[in-house]
Design a protein. Structure first.
Length: 197
């Protein structure tokens, strides 16, 4: 494997000697250290070639569009949220309407709107906490239990960035908005079903 006097070495313009002093195998027979050295050499050559050719993440995405790595480089929030419904209630809507909106849209949350402006979000977790605190819920409105300043992401952001934000914030959905306009929601499951982990 590291024989500089071999026929192949003598015919080559360049010889990269990856000789190892001893195999990790206790009998010094099975290729162990030598195979690792070859893997390292192959990786080093590949990285050098990437640098020399100016190979970018965009090039990678073009060549591997269906794979997980490719999806991480090109799949955007806009590719995913548009398949979902757009749950929304108004500030003064009743708890019954909030529950029906969350249940019917299967995203585990609804946006709370003040007319056309996004005012907050109510998740199924907010509903559970509200039920634990209150015995009489008939007079409660959406504005009473919503979380203001929800986590928002733009439609042109990569889906993997949305996943990282969900993980960091320990949440399962994000409001999608652009220039203050509510567009919809993206759920953790939307990303996971694409194989992005």
């Amino acid at each position: 494997m590291g024989n500089r006097d071999s026929y192949l070495a003598k015919q080559a313009d360049f010889v990269l000697d990856a000789t190892v002093a001893k195999e990790a195998c206790p009998n010094n027979l099975a290729p162990t250290s030598s195979t690792t050295a070859q893997l390292v050499m192959g990786d080093a050559l590949a990285v050098c070639l990437l640098e020399c050719r100016g190979f970018t993440t965009s090039d990678f995405a073009k060549l591997h569009p269906g794979g997980v790595l490719g999806k991480q480089l090109y799949l955007k929030v806009s590719d995913l949220y548009t398949g979902n419904s757009k749950p929304a209630v108004q500030l003064n809507d009743t708890i019954k309407k909030v529950i029906l909106e969350i249940s019917s849209n299967r995203l585990g949350a609804t946006a709370v709107m003040d007319g056309e402006q996004l005012a907050g979000i109510i998740t199924d977790g907010d509903l559970r906490r509200m039920l634990e605190r209150n015995t009489n819920i008939r007079l409660i409105k959406a504005a009473d239990i919503m979380s203001v300043n929800p986590k928002i992401i733009g439609p042109e952001i990569l889906a993997v960035s949305a996943l990282n934000l969900m993980r960091k914030s320990n949440i399962t959905q994000l409001v999608v908005a652009e220039k203050g306009r509510y567009l919809g929601m993206i759920h953790l499951h939307d990303i996971l079903k694409e194989g992005i982990l």
